[in-house]
Structure formats: structure tokens, C-alpha cells
Design a protein around this ligand. Structure first.
Ligand SMILES: Cc1ncc(COP(=O)(O)O)c(C=O)c1O
Length: 363
């Protein structure tokens, strides 16, 4: 069985093998070296300045996003959340639970909120933070780096800062720091292609300063980014027990991406898979891409409108592939196919073949 879900993804064997390494103490020199290596590589992955910070946490993407929101946002802060689907809703919910004054702007199905609309809001209202999900996994839509850069620039000019949920785009798209971006949240089990278990928040130097300046002890300790960055700064450790074996795997996955393939080339692999897949399904009757065009289409997963998603999912399972269906009301109307991890064009060919056969059967 191969995982073609939007996370977790098929992990290269070489990465998986590192999980079997001996568990070491997280208060040892060996661990400090491991964590330093992971942090330095993550900085390269998101193009973060040397004096930026990376908090490495135990947990999943949600942990990273919540830690980012709860550590930056204070009760009463004015927060704009750009909602292009379910993960935008979840970010808004997290900020509401934090006690922020949240305003959401929502996109139409299969589209993203236009950058000019975001710019207009930022120029005409005061927000402390703007939360953007760079790659909205529920609809397979994304913002380009140029768009993120524009949002960041205008946010900064208007006294606001951008918090980015980079969970499902990072490593497969240009989820990079740019002016105005204070933090980017990510995790191991999407395009980085390591097993689930570790999450991280990358923080710009300005972001780290804000976390320290506005610090108050009203955050659950496990989500308190100041504790992570202070501990790393002072002793190169994490404040709590980290998922040590997953960090070995993460180091290996980052070696492949950052040191061997190269950050840009690795992104390009995902771009190629996206075009390859959508081009192949274009001629198949009964399949319609969810993203409204290729610019907004995610690099890391494809989504298609279908008549019976569960049936297609079952057919693909018989052929050895696990895919996802839609979320909530889209459950049986949409299939979502991950383009991340240790897969190749042949896998995509087989998926397309099975899709075609399955739709013919349904007629
Ligand atoms: C954009 C985005 N944010 C957050 C999450 C939550 O991540 P997790 O399920 O690892 O907690 C996901 C999961 O798919 C996601 O795609």
C-alpha cells in the first residue's frame, strides 16, 4: 500500500530507518547536536535569517499552528483570518478561543481570497495580526510566494504581522520568510516526508522580539514558544521531552531536501507532479479539478470533484493506493490526492488509470 494522502505521506526508507536509532537523553551532547542540525536545516528550508528562531515541538501540524497563534496573539488583539477552507476555519477558531477579536474573510469554493481584498482590509482597518494558511489542504488551493510577499509588505506598512500556517505547503512550495511574516508553522509528515510526531514554528528575529516583549504567562506551557526559543538559545535543548526518534528521521529528510536535492529543486518536483497529474486527468469525463485554475492549485495535493468519492477511494485501495476524500460536507463529493513523499510519475499514472476505470464502471 502506498500513501497518497495529504499527510502523512510515503516516507523514504532511508528516513524511516533513522527512527530505529538508539533513543538518547534529550539532556545530552548528542541530542544538542541533533537538534542544532535540525534547526539549521529548517532555517534554510524556510529562508530564515541566522538570528531567527525555530521552536521544535512534539505534536502534529495543529500543535504548531496553535502554539504560533497562542504565543503571538493576546486576548483582545485584532486578528484578520483569511479563510480559504477548513484549515482557515480552524485557525480562526484557535484565535477566537485565545480571546482575540477575530474577523474572517472567506473565499469561494476552490479559490483563495484575492490578495487585493486582503490588502484593502489591511489598509483600511487596524489589525495586530493576519493569519494566512499558505496551502489550504481541504480545497487544494494555495498562495504563491509573490502573493505572500505582498500580504507581508502591506501588513508591515500598516502595523500588522503575518502568521503563516505552512503545514501542508512547506517544502513543496515557496513558504519562505519575507518582510512582515513573523512566523511559519510546519510539521514533519507532509512534504518534508518524515513520520508524524514533530512540529515546529519558525520565527523571524522581529517575531521573536515581539514574543519576548509581549510575554505573559497565560499560555499552556507546551504551546509557549518563548520557553522553546529561550531553552534553545541557552543550551540548545527543548524544554520538554522531544520525539527523539522522529527528530533523527527529520534530520535525514532535511539532509535529502536541503543538502542533496536543494530547496528549490525539491519544490520543483512537486510543481511537476501537479502539472503532470492535472494534465493527465483533463480528458477524463466526470472529473473536475477543485482549484479554479493552475495558479491557485496547490503544489502538494490535487483535489477533484467526483460523484462518489468513497467508491473511488475503495477502487484505489484495491490497486494499492490510499487517498483522501473531502472534509465534512465534501466527504463524498471530492477526492484529494497527495503529491508529496516517496512517490513517482508511475504511481500517478496508475492512479489516473484506476480513476478512469472506476468512472467508466459507474456509468
Ligand atoms: C493546512 C493545514 N493546517 C493544519 C493541519 C493540521 O495538521 P495535523 O493534522 O498534523 O494536526 C493540516 C492537516 O492536514 C493542514 O493541512
Amino acid at each position: 500500500m502506498k500513501l497518497l494522502t495529504p499527510g502523512p505521506v510515503e516516507v523514504p526508507e532511508r528516513v524511516l530507518k533513522r527512527c530505529c536509532q538508539k533513543v538518547i537523553s534529550h539532556r545530552s551532547q548528542d541530542f544538542r547536536e541533533l537538534l542544532t542540525s535540525v534547526v539549521e536545516k529548517l532555517k534554510k528550508l524556510v529562508k530564515l535569517d541566522e538570528d531567527g528562531a525555530i521552536a521544535v515541538l512534539s505534536g502534529s501540524g495543529t500543535t504548531a499552528v496553535d502554539a504560533m497563534i497562542w504565543s503571538f496573539v493576546k486576548p483582545g488583539d485584532r486578528v484578520l483570518v483569511v479563510v480559504n477552507g477548513e484549515f482557515g476555519e480552524r485557525a480562526a477558531d484557535s484565535a477566537i478561543r485565545r480571546g482575540a477579536q477575530v474577523e474572517a474573510i472567506r473565499a469561494k469554493e476552490g479559490d483563495v481570497v484575492d490578495v487585493d481584498t486582503i490588502v484593502d482590509r489591511l489598509e483600511n482597518k487596524n489589525y495586530d495580526f493576519v493569519i494566512v494558511v499558505q496551502n489550504e489542504t481541504s480545497m487544494a488551493v494555495r498562495y504563491t510566494f509573490e502573493e505572500l510577499r505582498k500580504i507581508g509588505k502591506v501588513a508591515q506598512e500598516n502595523g500588522s504581522l503575518v502568521l503563516v500556517d505552512g503545514v501542508s505547503g512547506l517544502a513543496g512550495d515557496k513558504v519562505w520568510f519575507t518582510d512582515g511574516v513573523a512566523a511559519i508553522a510546519g510539521c514533519t509528515h507532509k512534504a518534508i516526508a518524515a513520520p508524524p510526531g514533530a512540529a515546529f514554528v519558525a520565527i523571524s528575529p522581529e517575531g521573536a522580539e515581539i514574543i519576548r516583549k509581549r510575554y505573559s504567562e497565560d499560555i499552556p506551557p507546551a504551546l509557549d514558544l518563548k520557553r522553546y526559543i529561550d531553552k534553545y538559545d541557552s543550551v540548545r535543548e527543548t524544554p520538554f521531552t522531544p520525539p527523539i526518534t522522529i527528530l533523527y528521521a527529520l534530520e535525514e529528510a532535511l539532509k535529502i531536501i536541503v543538502d542533496e536535492i536543494g530547496v528549490e529543486n525539491y519544490i520543483d518536483i512537486h510543481v511537476q507532479r501537479k502539472h503532470y497529474f492535472y494534465n493527465k486527468i483533463r480528458h477524463i469525463d466526470g472529473l473536475k479539478p477543485v482549484p479554479k485554475n493552475m495558479k491557485v492549485a496547490s503544489n502538494t495535493l490535487a483535489a477533484l470533484w467526483v460523484e462518489n468519492a468513497t467508491l473511488i477511494q475503495q477502487e484505489l485501495r484495491k490497486a494499492g493506493y490510499i487517498i483522501a476524500t473531502g472534509i465534512k460536507e465534501y466527504k463524498n463529493k471530492m477526492i484529494r490526492i497527495g503529491l508529496m513523499g516517496d512517490i513517482n510519475f508511475k504511481d500517478l499514472d496508475i492512479v489516473v488509470q484506476v480513476l478512469e476505470q472506476s468512472l467508466t464502471k459507474q456509468k
